[in-house]
Design a protein around this ligand. Sequence first.
Ligand code: AMP
Ligand code: MN
Ligand code: MN
Ligand code: MN
Length: 276
Amino acid sequence: MNADLHCHSTVSDGQFAPAEVAARAHANGVTLWSLTDHDQLGGQEEAKKAAEALGMGYLPGVEISVTWASRTVHIVGMNVDPANEALLCGLEATRNGRAARGVAIGEALGAVGIPNCYEGALRYTDDPDMISRTHFARYLVEAGYAQSTSEVFARYLGDGKPGFVGHRWAKLADAIGWIRGAGGEPIIAHPGRYDYTPVEFAALFDEFIQLGGHAIEVVTGSHTPDQYREYADVARRYGFEASRGSDFHGAGEGRVDLGRLPPLPDDLTPVWERWV
Ligand code: AMP
Ligand code: MN
Ligand code: MN
Ligand code: MN
């Protein structure tokens, strides 16, 4: 089983259309796949059709932006019903505000002498309501302000940097409620990416459990190999099921390609066991 349950298409901030991501996943040996665009289910039909045509297992997915303790956490909703009204409404409300935030990011970068970024970023997405820091990062690389998108985050777009504009996303309880209501399983995405203290992490995991959550990503393209081990230990301590996903956005971005991750440690329970 080569499960890759986290990646993105042009429907959010990926570089390839859902069917192209499916083809790449299949070519890389993925046998169970999920497209998890940010706060959007618009790619699910195309993704599922493409996966079925390739004979690859498919689980509908989404990655929801949440604000918890003043910082952004991502919650993956796995095996959700993409037609569920409450989920669709919640995601629409979550997306709301991206356009205005995009304008504010453009203004903030303009103030430090980098002009026209909003217009530049818009060239990287068809949908202004989906504008993401990733689109700004691609434009800033194109315009020569950095060599890579990760350098753009380190210098301009990360928390506390000149182009960072705070935003209030969905509440954790709401995101979990929408996912559960749509028949899905909430999974804490790439926990290693969050800048929380140990006390805050413990509070996040406790609250997640109280809200009915019991799965985290362990092996993800957004973790280093050291973090695979660290969060495998967290999964053992809390009794969490474990997920695996590349968080693939495009060629030359991110640490790993679709399906090209090490397996989960043998003793962990894969979150997908119940569906296969
Ligand atoms: P947003 O939802 O607009 O705040 O953008 C968040 C997106 O930026 C994430 O989904 C990633 O795709 C990307 N991202 C966040 N941090 C980094 C980083 N350090 N390097 C590259 N991309 C990043
Ligand atoms: Mn992204
Ligand atoms: Mn994420
Ligand atoms: Mn992601």
